[in-house]
Write a new protein. Sequence first.
Length: 180
Amino acid sequence: MNSKISITLICMAAMVMSFALVQNWNIADSSKISFKIKSALGIVDGSIGGLKGTVSFDPNDLSHSNLDVTLDLATITTGNGKRDKDIKEETTWFDSAKYPKLAFKSAAVTKTTGGYSVDGTLTIKGTAKKVQIPFTFADAAGGGTFTGTLKLNRLDYGVGKSTMMVKDTVDVTITVPVKK
C-alpha cells in the first residue's frame, strides 16, 4: 500500500514540476496591438493598448503554453480625436462603456514552419469566435518579443455596420515584448 502511495506522490510531483517549467512571461507596457483598415478616405491606422493577462510559453513544451489576455478598448487611438471618441462610444462600433475589454484565450499552441500558431477564442463586444494567430518569438537575454498578424472581419463581431465607406476586413499586427 505504501509503495502505491509513494508512486502516486512521485507522479503528482512530476506533473507539478512539468507545469512549473513552462515560462511565465511578464507583458511589457510597450506592447502594441496595431490595426489598419481601408476607408473611402484612405487607410486608417490605429492601436489598442492596455494589454494585461497571462502569457505562458515554452518552445520546448507547447502543450502547456497558453495565453489569456485582455485589451482595454478605452485606449483605442487612430490619431483623430473625434473618430476615436466615435469608435469607442457609439453602440454600433465598440461601445466600450458596455464592453470595456477585448479578450483572447488560447486553446492550443503549435509549431509551424514559420514559427508558431495559437488557436483560441477572441471575444469582442460579447461575441466569441475561434481564431488562429500565426506568430514568431524572438528570444533575447531575459526576455523576448512575440509578433503576430491576423485578418479579422469586423462585422463578425458586430463592430460597425456594412458600408462602402469602411472595408469589413481589418489587418491586425501584434507586438508583445515580454520579460522573465
